[in-house]
Every structure is written in structure tokens, then in C-alpha cells.
Write a protein that binds this ligand. Structure first.
Ligand code: ZN
Ligand code: ZN
Length: 364
């Protein structure tokens, strides 16, 4: 069941005032994390209809009981016996005051969009402004607590893993061992597929674990996370198996330097692009700018990639309450790569780093 501390009525009220401002009579919310954020419903099948004064959660028989337990009194659970679109048609049919409805264009298939148009002919469908995403980017204290729990679980699992890493294990073994330990430490599920790479394969920014066996002198790159009550963590650590080679130390130190520069650029009201630029300028000065090809970070919360996004061309501005990753990396084809990823809360006075395990290069 959802924690009662969550501000569902407040979130719904803020969505309603945005609807009003945009001349919309209602919102149809279908993206699962948004449905959960607004109502507490965690099931896989449901749509939320937010009208001027009512909120309906349309769901099917499988979730009838769960839905009524999870949503608060402000939300009416509607059992969609004939399927969601037909039920929506029936419900909206009698509502002459509902003319313009916002929907999440990014999360609705072309087929569903067509069906909505055919079934609800009197409704004008418009893009829903990204109100819910904007609200979600600024975490409430109870959300931050759950992200911190997810961070702790992931860090504990990683520490547990370090003692079992041996030469001869494969990358797949490594990923499976880490997934197992994440579960043992209390993760509700993996927010994304664990990345475990070794040797020259660490130069693949998003490679998949292979059957390659670990050997002395390898760098190991592990990118992993936990979920707690719906909220994610996302951490990357790069360690050396045996004594690190000088070039491995140098690259690791440069990536750490880029990360410190990015962390220093984090402050409320500062452009998100500044954080990316800070990391990039550090690596450019070290002659490694062209080996850092991805953005420096992203928001985490109910989804592992959400706002604000920290990239070069980002137009977003940081705000107190954002929780973001800071993950510069350097990738040298044929040799190997280093990425270090921390989870960070944006506080009034700057970055508050949630990960505590420290990012100095560890030699196993
Ligand atoms: Zn990651
Ligand atoms: Zn990440």
C-alpha cells in the first residue's frame, strides 16, 4: 500500500490549475509512473482521468481490489468491464462540459490515439503540458527518503559483491552475483539491466555483460541500481582487478576530476547545461573531451531516467529538490573505460551526494 504521507491531493490540485491555465477541461493520464505519482496506483493496467472536481481511475478486474486499497478517497475506482477505451467513452459521453482533454502524446500509441478519436468524437484531444513530469522532478521529503533507501541498498549490494569477485568469473557471472545481492539487500526489482563489463569491453558505454572472463589487470565497470517503493537508484563504479596500471589510474583520476567539477556546478537556479559543461571542460583540458560522448546525468525517481536532464543543450534549470546522477566517463576503444556515477540531491546550498561509498579507485 502507498505511504499515506504522499501528497496526492496536492499533486492533483497542481495539475488541475495547470489544466485551467491551458484551457483544458480534463487530463487523461496513461503513463504508469504518472498514474502512480498522482493516485498511488501501482498496477500495470489503468488510466487516470482528472476532471475539474473528480478523478477516476479506470482499471480492469485484476486490479479492482488493489486499486481501491492503493488510491485515496479523492479517486473513484471504475471497473472497466468492456475494456478501458469503451469505459472511457461511456463515462465521458454524458459529460457535455468536457470538451478539451489533454493526453500524453509521448505515451499513447497511434492506434490508441485513433481509437480515442473514434470513440469520444465530441472531445478535442490536445497535448497535455508536462506538468506531472515537472512536479516529479522536484522531490518531496518522502520521495527523497525512498531514493536514499534505494541508494543504500545498491551500495550495500556492491560492497557484498566485492568479496566474491575472482579471476575467471565471467561478466555475466558478475552481473548475476550483483543482481542476487541487490535482491538480498531488499531491492524491489532492478530499475534497469545491470551492466558488468571487464577489460577492453569497459570502453563500451552501454555494453551488455558477455561471457568474457575476468583477468588480473582488468578494469571492471559496474552500472547498477535498486528500487525501493517505486523509487530508483543508479550508480556506476569502476574498479581494478589487481594493481591498477598507470593509465588506468590517470583516466580514473581525470573522470573523478570531471565529476568534482560537475558537482561544484550544481546549485538551484543554475542551468542544467552548466553541469554538463563543467565536466566536459575538465576532460577537454586533459585532452579527453572526444572520449566523453554521453550526457553527464539525468534525474532519477519513479523512473531511472527523468527530469531534469543534464546535457549540453538542456534548457532546464536546476531546482532544490531535484535528484540527479552525475556520471562522466572516458572510453578508450581497445583499451578500456572509466565511468563514475553518483546520485545527488540538489539542496539550497549545492549538491548533496547521496552515495557514500566513495569513488577512489579500488584495487581488488
Ligand atoms: Zn547508471
Ligand atoms: Zn545513469
Amino acid at each position: 500500500m502507498s505511504a499515506p504521507v504522499e501528497a496526492f491531493p496536492d499533486r492533483l490540485a497542481r495539475l488541475r490549475s495547470d489544466l485551467l491555465r491551458n484551457g483544458l477541461d480534463a487530463a487523461l493520464v496513461t503513463h504508469r509512473p504518472n498514474v502512480r505519482y498522482l493516485s498511488g496506483f501501482t498496477g500495470s493496467s489503468g488510466m487516470l482521468v482528472v476532471l475539474g472536481e473528480e478523478t477516476w481511475l479506470l482499471t480492469d478486474f485484476r486490479y479492482e481490489e488493489q486499486a481501491s486499497q492503493e488510491v485515496g478517497e479523492a479517486v473513484e475506482v471504475v471497473l472497466a468491464r468492456d475494456g478501458l477505451p469503451a469505459t472511457l467513452e461511456k463515462r465521458l459521453g454524458g459529460r457535455l462540459e468536457v470538451r478539451k482533454v489533454g493526453f500524453e502524446a509521448e505515451h499513447v500509441t497511434v492506434r490508441d490515439r485513433r481509437e480515442l478519436g473514434e470513440r469520444c468524437g465530441s472531445v478535442v484531444w490536445e497535448d497535455l503540458p508536462p506538468t506531472v513530469e515537472r512536479l516529479r522532478a522536484v522531490k518531496e521529503p518522502s520521495e527523497l527518503e525512498r531514493i536514499e533507501s534505494a541508494v543504500r541498498i545498491a551500495e550495500q549490494a556492491f560492497e557484498d559483491l566485492l568479496s566474491v569477485i575472482r579471476e575467471g568469473m565471467s561478466e555475466r557471472d558478475l552481473a548475476a552475483e550483483l543482481d542476487y545481492r541487490l535482491a538480498l539487500r531488499g531491492s524491489d526489482g532492478a530499475p534497469f539491466d545491470t551492466i558488468a563489463l571487464s577489460g577492453e569491453r569497459t570502453a563500451l558505454p552501454h555494453g551488455q555483460p558477455s561471457t568474457r572472463r575476468l583477468c588480473e589487470g582488468d578494469l571492471l565497470l559496474l552500472d547498477f541500481g535498486a528500487t525501493r517503493d517505486g523509487y530508483c537508484s543508479d550508480i556506476t563504479r569502476t574498479v581494478a582487478l589487481g594493481r591498477a596500471r598507470p593509465w588506468q589510474r590517470q583516466v580514473h583520476a581525470q573522470v573523478l576530476g570531471a565529476q568534482s567539477a560537475a558537482l561544484e556546478a550544481i546549485r538551484p537556479d543554475r542551468p542544467a547545461a552548466d553541469v554538463d559543461r563543467a565536466a566536459r571542460e575538465h576532460l577537454e583540458a586533459a585532452g579527453l573531451g572526444d572520449r566523453f560522448g554521453h550526457s553527464v546525468g539525468h534525474g532519477i525517481g519513479l523512473e531511472v531516467h527523468e527530469g531534469p536532464r543534464l546535457y549540453r543543450a538542456s534548457k532546464e534549470t536546476l531546482a532544490a529538490g531535484n535528484v540527479v546522477t552525475v556520471e562522466p566517463g572516458v572510453y578508450l576503444p581497445g583499451r578500456g573505460g572509466v565511468r563514475i556515477e553518483e546520485d545527488v540531491a540538489v539542496a539550497a546550498d549545492g549538491a548533496r551526494i547521496l552515495t557514500t561509498s566513495g569513488s577512489a579507485l579500488r584495487e581488488l
